[in-house]
Ligand binder design. Structure first.
Ligand code: LRH
Ligand code: MN
Ligand code: MN
Length: 424
């Protein structure tokens, strides 16, 4: 962990400016009838889960360029997650990926406790072969034509639930790469049917207080058709499986320009929105840091979430899913957590009563202006204050750099290999 005296010393250098900025913002918000104290409280309660796999350097299918001091295994990853939470005070949980993070559950729990972390959704992985799975997923997993391969994939998902139960997780996210690469290669009807049958077997093993999330993605690794390719299919799956099944929206898993905020509203209406994988993208599943390409879109997603937050039964799992190729993953994850929290706070600033009035009057211009007024408000003083009050860093990236954490772990962790291919 980072020495808390260092965090305090770093904060001391920034506290006067922060306090002045916070007061000034408080005055401005007051003129708009918004209580900065209440908003700060709201922001304090916000958390997003770190993907364990995001702490390593990702890569593309062309190459992977390992960074210094990369985590070797889940215990190192949890150390890094602990640092991210320590500095941001906004990432209290970690989402694990099996088999990448397989370890004795008692050790996982002990490490998480030491770092003040909990566990969010478990992620199964049947998009690559496992050393201890005799059958290959080259031609699919839960929807494979071969019953034995489907069974192997089902059992893997059940094992993920079993591990999750031991560490306090309450949900399983299923994303599969199944699909086809050529027209005619597969029966799209029968393949989906096989998938549903397999998922029913997984669902049957789900504890009563668990949820299963179906994660859609338009394409990749299959390039002609994908079994769970969009939110329509994902909704069908969740509806066919039952109450404990919901949809997970990974922001990068759509065609460019798709109106994701509308998907969010639709899934909430159906009672089927379970959670998110936040990231940003320019072209496809780029897995870039949240809010770095299109912060307005992130804001619009949160605008729907805030507007509909009192919907009965809404219980969202906020998670990040990113891949870092050219940055220090810890820094990228810090930036993303802060940007996601920022979007939440900005969306909380929307004058909902005025917006509703403009909607009633069909005043499109003023409705859009109402959203813009919230989006344009610089809420950084609120974010900084939330972190400072929680023992985090006013400027988490600067504090992280000042701590020398990366160099310190680089001296201890053996360098990992580069080469072709990264994680998805
Ligand atoms: C697939 C995906 C899915 C996987 C993760 C590694 O692209 O978004 O969530 O589990 O990447
Ligand atoms: Mn994802
Ligand atoms: Mn993805």
């Amino acid at each position: 962990m980072i020495d808390k005296h260092l965090i305090e010393a770093e904060n001391v250098t920034r506290m006067d400016n922060l306090a002045a900025d916070y007061d000034a913002l408080g005055e401005r918000l007051d003129r708009r009838g918004i209580d900065i104290g209440a908003l700060t409280c709201r922001a304090t309660g916000f958390g997003v889960a770190i993907p364990s796999w995001g702490t390593g350097t990702g890569g593309t299918r062309f190459a992977r360029f390992p960074g210094e001091g990369e985590p070797n295994g889940i215990m190192d990853k949890l150390d890094d997650c602990g640092v991210i939470h320590q500095l941001t005070a906004a990432t209290p949980t970690v989402s694990l990926h099996i088999p990448w993070d397989k370890a004795d559950p008692a050790d996982l729990l002990a490490k998480a406790e030491e770092k003040g972390l909990g566990f969010d959704a478990m992620n199964s992985n049947t998009f690559q072969d496992h050393a201890d799975h005799p059958l290959s997923y080259k031609y699919g997993s839960l929807s494979h034509t071969d019953a034995a391969t489907r069974q192997q994939a089902i059992e893997h998902n059940l094992e993920c639930i079993e591990i999750g139960q031991k560490i306090g997780s309450k949900s399983l996210t299923v994303w599969i790469g199944d699909g086809s690469n050529f027209p005619g290669q597969t029966s799209m009807y029968k393949q989906f049917d096989r998938y549903l049958e397999s998922m029913k077997a997984v669902y049957a093993g789900l504890p009563d207080d668990w949820r299963i999330f179906s994660e859609h993605k338009i394409y990749e690794p299959a390039f002609y058709s994908t079994v769970v390719q969009d939110w329509g299919t994902s909704l069908m799956i969740a509806q066919e499986l039952g109450n404990k099944a919901q949809c997970l929206v990974d922001l990068g898993h759509h065609a460019p320009n798709v109106n994701i905020e509308m998907i969010v509203a639709r899934l909430i209406r159906a009672g089927k929105l379970g959670g998110f994988h936040f990231n940003d993208s320019k072209y496809g599943d780029d897995d870039l840091d949240s809010g770095t390409i299109d912060p307005f879109r992130l804001f619009l997603v949160f605008n729907e979430l805030v507007e509909l937050e009192d919907t009965p039964g809404l219980n969202l799992s906020h998670m990040i899913d990113q891949s870092h190729n050219v940055t220090d993953p810890i820094e990228s994850l810090i930036v993303s957590a802060c940007e996601i929290q920022r979007a939440f706070v900005q969306a909380s600033l929307v004058d909902r009563e005025a917006l509703e009035g403009y909607r009633q009057d069909n005043d499109a211009l003023m409705a859009a202006a109402t959203l813009r007024a919230a989006f344009r408000t610089d809420v950084e003083p609120i974010l900084g204050m939330v972190r400072a009050r929680a023992g985090g860093a006013i400027d988490p990236v600067a504090t992280y750099r000042a701590s020398g954490y990366r160099a310190a772990v680089a001296a201890k962790r053996p360098k990992s290999a580069g080469g072709g291919g990264g994680i998805v």
